[in-house]
Ligand binder design. Structure first.
Ligand code: XMP
Length: 326
């Protein structure tokens, strides 16, 4: 009979026999799939695993630091932290169109991944958090005709763009390929991953970049980060975190409105709150969170985040809206 424990034991045996004495590269995102994968591989092959975490500069406040600290200090799994935020920010100068934003970020991610894997390598294998639904989607692709093995032609970042050059087409190690998401969570839990990772709400690959509508500037990033942090603090405090598929904030382009603060008139920016419930992200309802909670978040944001003087709420379901704004 299949148990999580037997799956883990069996996987560790398989990984060891596949990899032998060779080196494996893993692109860590901080999500449940790549984190579970890292735990499993580290159990199996120890320091022949290299985890690489690329910070594109669009993560939430404190998140990269938190992730690296968790892995290094608590899990004792070394992580190569790559701070690429400057190059991504430069790249975003003047970019407004959502698809262009996503593409540029996706391609730059691949470029950084290539450079860094050359610098840290050579590696023989690439570990990927391919799940059963992904295997079905890409059943006949990615097979090396010479060896018959599944190779990485693309890297499964959450960007879905960008092919790898022929010399970086590592052989894939995909121990999660027979699992569904809920099974990955169980495996992660048994391996010792904390709830903050196992139960983390989805977060898009391009990160806050697609929650800043219009141009991304350091100032606007800072504003959204601060608003988002307050939102997350209050959602956590309310105990509603796990009931929501996602809860986040969105910054609008160049909209300003008049307000009053003390004796002075303000002319500043609004921020949008977005709370949704969903089973799989394909459809979603806007979540009817308590008024008190919305009020607390709105009050704190307006009082604590310079540049924001108004808070509005997105009450659109999917369809016809999407969850993200870009
Ligand atoms: P939409 O906005 O299409 O989002 O309703 C559905 C779900 O997908 C997430 N999302 C992404 N996840 N890379 C990801 O890994 C992306 O580029 C991306 N875009 C959207 C979104 O947060 C929601 O959970």
């Amino acid at each position: 009979t299949w148990t999580t424990e037997s799956f883990i034991e069996e996987s560790i045996r398989e990984i060891r026999s596949q990899v032998g004495e060779k080196r494996v590269l893993l692109a860590l995102s901080g999500g449940v799939d790549s984190s579970t994968l890292a735990f499993l591989l580290h159990r199996a092959i120890g320091d022949r695993l290299t985890c690489m975490f690329i910070d594109q500069g669009f993560m939430r406040k404190g998140e990269p630091e938190r992730l690296v600290k968790l892995f290094k200090e608590q899990f004792h799994i070394p992580v190569e932290y790559i701070n690429a935020s400057d190059r991504f920010l430069n790249l975003m100068e003047g970019i407004i169109e959502p698809e262009r934003k996503r593409k540029l970020i996706g391609y730059e991610f691949i470029k950084v991944f290539e450079e860094e894997s050359r610098r840290l390598g050579p590696f023989d294998y690439l570990a990927q958090g391919t799940l059963y639904p992904d295997v079905i989607e890409s059943a006949d692709t990615n097979i090396d005709p010479a060896t018959g093995k599944r190779i990485a032609v693309k890297i499964k970042s959450h960007h879905n763009v960008g092919g790898l050059p022929p010399d970086l087409r590592f052989v894939l190690v995909e121990p999660l390929r027979k699992l569904f998401k809920d099974e990955v969570r169980k495996v992660g839990t048994v391996l010792g991953l904390p709830a903050e990772i196992v139960k983390r709400q989805p977060f898009p690959g391009p990160g806050l970049a697609i929650r800043i509508i219009g141009e991304i500037t350091p100032e606007r990033l800072e504003m959204l980060r601060d608003a988002d942090l307050i939102l997350r603090q209050e959602i956590n405090r309310s105990g509603m975190y796990n009931e929501l598929w996602q809860a986040f904030a969105v910054l609008l382009p160049t909209v300003r409105s008049v307000g009053v603060m003390g004796d002075a008139r303000t002319y500043a920016h609004p921020v949008v709150l977005r709370f949704v419930t969903s089973e799989d992200g394909m459809t979603a309802d806007w979540a009817k969170v308590p008024y008190e909670l919305i009020g607390t978040i709105a009050n704190r944001i307006v009082n604590e985040v310079p540049g924001i003087n108004r808070v509005v709420m997105d009450v659109t379901s999917k369809p016809p809206g999407t969850i993200e704004w870009e």
